[in-house]
Design a binder for this molecule. Structure first.
Ligand SMILES: NC(=O)c1ccc[n+]([C@@H]2O[C@H](COP(=O)([O-])OP(=O)(O)OC[C@H]3O[C@@H](n4cnc5c(N)ncnc54)[C@H](O)[C@@H]3O)[C@@H](O)[C@H]2O)c1
Ligand SMILES: [Zn+2]
Length: 373
């Protein structure tokens, strides 16, 4: 049997550099991996019920092997868990566990658990340490790295949060074995995103290996996670707090995607990554319409997403709204800056740029045409 590679990537953020370790079987070595970062022989872990059902026993055994006892807080799964109420539960739990500033708590789960636990860690004792152990493809390639933490409020998604970098990220691709296929596909959209941003070679890799990765191939998983994390680390190191516009590149497909998620009520009708997939196709097609890129390139993007079973056109969503309404959702996106709508457009595959002066009426007209099929 071929040996599956592993990778270590440094995220070089001023003041708090940290490492992302990617390796199959990491979860069974968790105790030894985290031991040097813990001051005590106990650790607080936050997770959700799906992840606990699949991995809690393995994690307890792995920690026990290094003499570490875990205290668990198991929360309900789903986006609704990124709430004020659950944030209070996590904070109360960490305080009850007597977590101190120099301690590290573990976030074991997808982006929901990572964002929520990271935010709680940013607040407890004015900021304690935390370790991300991401268990979804989305979290392994995206949300566990970069230090953005948040909850949702009645006014919208991720409106309240903090920048708080983890002390360590441990991504074990084997944990994806229990992840539902639809979630794996959705996370894969973010891998494609890095290719489209500035790495045409990665997009080419995706065209050849994407299906293999989604089907669970170990080598393809490690390659995709490592290349994605390296891309994100590079962008975040250049612009940690999204001030210069470099980090904004990570939002490719997200302005259109966010509008579609909002219109479908942030529900199972459209997972975040599915919205991003559609959003990238729309960004590409809009770029073609603006004369910025060749239709062939937009066709290549749609064809690839379609080939791996991701959404690539608006028709199947069956939206009963017009382009204006979708454009209005974009206005409520927090990325709006002083009344102008910054849009990520493409000059080609791997050539994304931030267009600052996009006319929302043109976007609405474009969306009307897309909705009409
Ligand atoms: N902080 C960031 O930079 C950043 C970036 C992108 C997305 N996000 C956030 O991430 C969230 C989405 O993350 P997600 O897609 O990981 O969603 P998620 O955390 O809700 O996980 C998706 C589903 O998979 C289940 N699950 C997780 N790991 C599993 C496993 N190994 N086996 C079986 N089931 C498992 C979960 O219980 C859940 O039902 C959103 O809230 C989004 O805003 C944050
Ligand atoms: Zn995303």
């Amino acid at each position: 049997m071929a040996v599956i590679p592993s990778a270590r990537i440094a995220v070089d953020i001023a003041g708090a550099p940290y490492e992302v370790r990617i390796a199959p079987g990491l979860i069974d070595r968790l105790g030894h991996e985290v031991r040097p970062l813990l001051r005590k022989d106990k650790v607080a872990i936050v997770t959700d019920a799906h992840v606990a059902a699949a991995w809690q026993a393995r994690v307890d055994a792995a920690l026990g092997a290094a003499g570490i006892t875990a205290s668990w807080l198991v929360l309900p799964p789903g986006e609704a868990t990124k709430s004020w109420a659950m944030l209070a539960r996590v904070v109360d739990f960490l305080i009850a566990e007597e977590v101190e500033r120099r301690d590290r708590v573990i976030a074991l789960g997808g982006g929901v658990i990572g964002d929520l636990t990271g935010f709680a860690a940013a607040m407890v004792k004015r900021g304690c340490g935390f370790i991300q152990v991401p268990t979804t493809l989305l979290a392994q390639v995206d949300s566990s790295v970069g230090g953005k933490t948040a909850i949702n409020t009645a006014a919208g998604k991720n409106l309240v949060g903090a920048f708080h970098q983890p002390a360590l990220v441990l991504a074990d691709p084997d944990t994806l074995d229990t992840l539902p296929l639809r979630e794996t596909r959705a996370g894969y959209a973010e891998v494609v995103k890095y290719g489209l941003i500035d790495d045409a070679d990665l997009f080419g890799w995706c065209e050849i290996n994407g299906a293999r990765l989604i089907a669970g191939d170990g080598e393809a998983r490690v390659t995709a996670i490592a290349r994605s994390v390296a891309a994100k680390a590079r962008i975040v190191a250049a612009d940690e707090k999204e001030l210069t516009g470099v980090r904004a590149l990570l939002n490719l497909g997200h302005t259109f995607g966010h509008a579609l998620e909002a219109e479908t009520g942030f529900s199972d009708r459209l997972l975040h990554g599915e919205g991003v997939a559609l959003g990238m196709v729309l960004a590409a097609r809009f770029s073609v319409r603006q004369g910025l890129m060749h239709g062939q390139d937009a066709g290549r993007i749609a064809a690839h997403l379609k080939s791996v079973g991701l959404p690539w056109s608006l028709g199947p969503l069956g939206l009963a709204c017009n382009g204006r309404r979708l454009a209005d959702h974009m206005l409520h996106d927090k990325k709006m800056d002083a009344g102008t709508l910054p849009f990520l457009l493409l000059r080609g595959i791997g050539r994304t740029f931030l267009a600052k002066d996009v006319d929302l009426a043109e976007v609405a007209a474009f969306l009307d045409d897309e909705l009409a099929g």
